[in-house]
Design a protein around this ligand. Structure first.
Ligand code: SF4
Ligand code: SF4
Length: 428
């Protein structure tokens, strides 16, 4: 290809030389990178990917060259490399903006591609809670009538295989207020998009635990998806629209803290400051919002909860969600909370912080690598002998549960908050 035909990054949301040039190529990140561990290939590791991003940034490699596109999408955006990097390379910012650049270039150069359709579906589903609820009802019908095979006809076979049984009742954010007896503050519960449909029980457990911790809770109707899926998919314009909706809803609620029980959502909400940093009218509001976002494990870990009512006699292993441990650097709080439960024996698995292959919609877009990482995770869980896997993210819960089912290993997967709620008396 002649030099003039090479197209590098263009317009807003480019990976910045001030970020990729801080990589000193030391390689300390390589043993933490799941795709490097699986392939032992330089280009499938953070250092190789940063070199590719730099090459496109310097117009030595075309933005839409197959190798570059493949690596930007093979990366899980799990941020394990970022957490161990001695130079502080903000790798997540690099790969997310590289994906945005790819998707914008594709939309311009190849408007008829399937990606345009996929983007349109993603925007409709995650922009409108009603449509997502309708999709969940169809999935529930298919699961109960054993018509799940039909999902394959619509290209949704992998999604249907991963989904847990869709519950009878969804959690609906409709402005409910749950009063604590002597409230120490008011919390906004982030309901999200997938959690209310597939993990309504986790939201109910979260409300009960917040109340026990002395926080009144409000669940405003006018909130919505955090935008994590859009950021991962390279659609930051849509993510910004979703962010503004959540910021405005939070401001109207008068809450002191914005509580989230899904690690992937929490890391995106905490990064609204960066997402809207160049939007004059919103930059300050986004920064104030981001300061008030807390993962549920952070909130409960800092509160006096009193002694649990019940023991849980089980060996439990904890799966670190990438966007909790690497992006938010929260590892000790969930473990301390689990340690408060009498009878519960916490057994650490090897590589608990290596991605399970879920990573947003990675298990749908990169099924082969996702399956390899899922098998790796299930093998690590089996070696612990645990009968319960605790996690703090719905994507991990689905990916690990599906892997355990496929392997025929009888362990249940629960959110940390569900286990705590059980110990503190549950719904009773
Ligand atoms: S650890 Fe950081 S500086 Fe070292 S190679 Fe990886 S990204 Fe570059
Ligand atoms: S984000 Fe995860 S998969 Fe991507 S390069 Fe870093 S460690 Fe590897």
């Amino acid at each position: 290809m002649s030099q003039h035909a090479i197209a590098g990054f263009n317009g807003p949301d480019q990976p910045q030389p001030s970020v990729y040039d801080t990589c000193i190529r030391c390689g300390l990140c390589l043993p933490s990178c799941p795709t490097y561990l699986e392939t032992m290939t330089e280009t499938s590791g953070p250092r190789g990917r940063i070199s590719l991003i730099k090459a496109v940034g310097e117009s030595r490699l075309d933005l839409l060259s197959p190798g570059f596109v493949e690596q930007m999408w093979q990366c899980l955006d799990c941020r394990a490399c970022e957490a161990v990097c001695p130079s502080g390379v903000r790798y997540g910012q690099l790969v997310e903006s590289a994906r945005t650049q790819i998707e914008r270039a594709r939309a311009t150069r190849e408007p008829e591609r399937r990606n345009a359709l996929a983007r349109s579906v993603l925007r409709r589903l995650f922009g409108d809670g009603g449509l997502l609820r309708a999709a969940a009802r169809i999935l529930r019908f298919a699961q109960r009538t054993r018509l799940i095979g039909l999902a394959r006809l619509f290209g949704a076979g992998d999604a249907a295989r991963l989904a847990p049984p869709v519950p009878n009742v969804f959690f609906v954010a409709r402005g409910q207020v749950i009063h604590a007896p002597r409230p120490a503050g008011l919390a906004f519960l982030h309901a999200g998009c997938i959690m209310p449909l597939l993990f309504a029980n986790v939201h109910e457990a979260t409300l009960r635990m917040l109340r026990r911790a002395g926080l009144s809770v409000i669940v405003p109707e006018d909130q919505g998806c955090c935008g994590a899926i859009a950021v991962h998919a390279g659609d930051v314009d849509f993510a910004r629209r979703l962010a503004k909706r959540n910021i405005a809803a939070f401001e109207r609620s008068d809450a002191d803290v914005y509580v989230v029980n899904a690690a992937g959502c929490g890391s995106t909400l905490k990064e609204y400051r960066e997402l809207l940093a160049h939007d004059g009218a919103w930059a300050g509001r986004a920064a104030r919002f981001a300061e008030r976002v807390r993962d549920i494990t952070e909130v409960l870990d800092a509160m006096e909860l009193g002694p649990p009512e019940r023991a849980i006699d089980a060996a439990v292993t904890y799966q670190d969600a990438c966007h909790l441990v690497h992006a938010q650097r929260i590892a000790a709080a969930p473990r301390r909370l689990l340690a408060r439960v009498p009878g519960l024996r916490l057994v650490e698995m090897e590589e608990s912080a290596v991605c399970c292959g879920s990573a947003g919609i990675y298990n749908l877009t990169q099924p082969e690598m996702a399956a390899r990482l899922q098998r790796r995770k299930v093998a690590a869980i089996r070696r612990t002998g645990a009968t319960v896997v605790a996690t703090a993210n719905p994507g991990c819960a689905m990916q690990v549960a599906a892997g355990l089912r496929d392997a025929g290993y009888a362990a249940t997967v629960k959110h940390v908050v569900e286990l705590l709620d059980d110990a503190f008396g549950g719904a009773s």
